[in-house]
Design a protein around this ligand. Structure first.
Ligand SMILES: [Zn+2]
Length: 537
């Protein structure tokens, strides 16, 4: 028996694995490449060389990561992750970059289960598990450390020479490939996700404990003594709500029937800071604008909630029915509403956004007449299982896509489920406004709603969200946003100006200053020009 067992050298196993990955896990890459460089006589040589470069590059990366003891676990891990990456890229046209990895790391099991499908399991089995079993069974030849090292160095040099030679031979093609068609390399598998993990670690890793830089320590409420009524503001952070599916923005379907009847000011041109929750939520509460913002700056600098806290006169509460606050509410009272322990409205298998409104009366009473900011972080239109985001009575648009495998539904069925979820948010926001109205006698009230990012619903084969900002379609960056101002609050705001400016280009950058402005807080970090509610425009 022993004689029949084949012994592989490390390099041979790596080349074979790389070849397997290039042939079976790079469908998206070759599909996108062929769109730009169609298969013809002129491109044929380049396309073949591209396959060679990808195999050589993958082998090169794997050889750097592998040693006698790590080779099998590493190859198995790469095969498993690549099979799933392949599935997500083929099905939803997503890009696995460092932001996407951050989003995955911060996503809890509940959201991940939404994404588990039969097709995904088949990818995992045939492209991940089966080849992994083969690798597990293969015996690796032990050639000794010195010989192995020499062989690896030679192999690495050969791989680099092959890459260099190919690029040199087809330099004209490669120049356009690298310069003009940058997004193509985002779909190489596994090289791009390995690079992205490195990038994620580099951006996230800290040399020491996180020190949070305080900002707005000078924050004080202006004319504190003159006002009789205190302020009560609800800030709703929406989830994956694209602006063009709001009838308030001219969508042909009636998705905002209740808000339409409320006296709201719809902000029709608001863009997001990022295309994912992990990126947008901390960015919208930070003092940094989209261009200056980075994950590291976000977690190491206090945000607008801290600035408001520094006044010692504003009570802040964050209720979360999404994943979490993405670090924004670390220093203010926070309650998780995705569990039936706190959320009393968990029906049809899901805790509902509306549950976040329960018991707020008790909270408001306890604040003894202080100003109050309540942040409600919605589950909203979290995909791909849009059909789970609303209760039966909101199933107005039919038939709906009732699976998390969006590729099995028509675009219409997906949009139907998505629009029903918008309808549910319409109800939630309208109820929130009604709740505030009941406080108009004792408080100056207002509600601000802003979604974190938009969502693709299959246009050009793109689904969900999270594409790198520069290549993201408008569907992912043009977000739903609106403001409602209660009777008492209207005295403090130039309503005509607000109404006049409602179609102006705003972005999540404006939120920081708007929240400071609405509470009449004086601080050096406030920029009046950025405040949507100021009349300084
Ligand atoms: Zn989100």
């Amino acid at each position: 028996m022993e004689n029949k067992i084949k012994y592989f050298t490390q390099t041979k196993l790596i080349v074979l694995t790389a070849l397997f990955l290039v042939l079976f896990d790079n469908y998206s890459f070759f599909k996108n490449t062929l769109n730009i460089y169609p298969l013809n006589v002129e491109n044929l040589g380049f396309l073949i060389s591209l396959s060679i470069v990808l195999t050589a590059l993958t082998s090169f990366v794997l050889i750097l990561l592998s040693s006698k003891y790590t080779i099998k676990p590493i190859l198995i891990l790469v095969l498993i992750v690549s099979s799933l990456t392949n599935y997500f890229m083929n099905s939803y046209n997503v890009v696995i970059d460092d932001d996407m990895i951050r989003n995955m790391m911060q996503t809890d099991m509940h959201e991940s289960l939404d994404l588990l499908t039969i097709k995904q399991a088949l990818y995992l089995l045939f492209l991940g598990v089966f080849p992994s079993i083969v690798i597990y069974k293969i015996k690796i030849e032990d050639r000794g450390l010195k010989k192995e090292l020499i062989s690896k160095v030679i192999f690495a040099i050969l791989a680099l020479a092959l890459i260099g030679g190919s690029i040199f031979t087809f330099s004209k093609h490669y120049t356009s490939f690298f310069r003009e068609h940058k997004p193509l390399r985002y779909s190489t598998n596994p090289t791009y996700w390995i690079y992205s993990i490195g990038n994620y670690i580099a951006k996230t890793a800290n040399s020491g404990p996180i020190v949070v830089k305080p900002i707005g320590l000078d924050a004080k409420i202006k004319d504190d003594l003159n006002t009789t009524k205190r302020k009560l503001v609800i800030m709703v952070v929406g989830e994956a709500a694209r602006a063009d599916h709001f009838s308030l923005n001219g969508y042909e379907r009636e998705t905002n029937p209740l808000l339409q009847k409320q006296n709201i000011i719809n902000l029709s041109n608001v863009t997001s800071c990022g295309t994912s929750t992990a990126e947008s939520v901390p960015c919208m509460f930070s003092m940094y604008n989209r261009g200056d913002y980075s994950y590291k700056k976000g977690i190491t600098t206090q945000n607008v909630l801290d600035v408001l806290s520094h006044t010692n006169k504003i009570s802040i509460l964050w209720r979360d029915n999404n994943s979490d606050s993405k670090g924004v509410a670390l220093r203010v009272p926070y309650v998780d509403y995705k569990t039936s322990k706190s959320n009393t409205i968990c029906i049809e298998g899901e805790c509902r956004d509306i549950g976040m409104l329960v018991d707020l009366d008790k909270y408001i009473k306890e604040q003894n007449g202080k100003d109050i900011l309540i942040v409600l972080h919605q589950m909203g239109n979290h995909g791909p299982a849009y059909y789970k985001r609303y209760t039966k009575d909101f199933e107005k648009f039919k038939p709906v896509c009732k699976t998390n495998q969006l590729e099995h539904c028509t675009q219409k069925e997906i949009a139907n489920a998505y629009d029903n979820a918008i309808l549910y948010t319409d109800n939630f926001l309208s109820k929130s406004i009604d709740f505030l109205k009941s406080y108009n006698k004792d408080y100056k009230t207002a509600l601000i709603y802003m979604a974190d990012h938009g969502e693709s619903l299959g246009e050009d084969g793109v689904y969900l969200h999270g594409l790198p900002y520069f290549m993201a379609p408008q569907a992912q960056t043009h977000i739903g946003a609106l403001i409602w101002i209660g009777e008492g609050m209207k005295e403090d705001i130039n309503m005509n100006k607000l109404e006049k400016n409602k179609d102006k280009d705003y972005s999540q950058d404006n939120l920081f200053h708007t929240l400071i402005g609405i509470f009449d807080v004086k601080t050096k970090v406030y920029d009046k020009k950025m405040d949507i509610l100021s009349d300084d425009k």
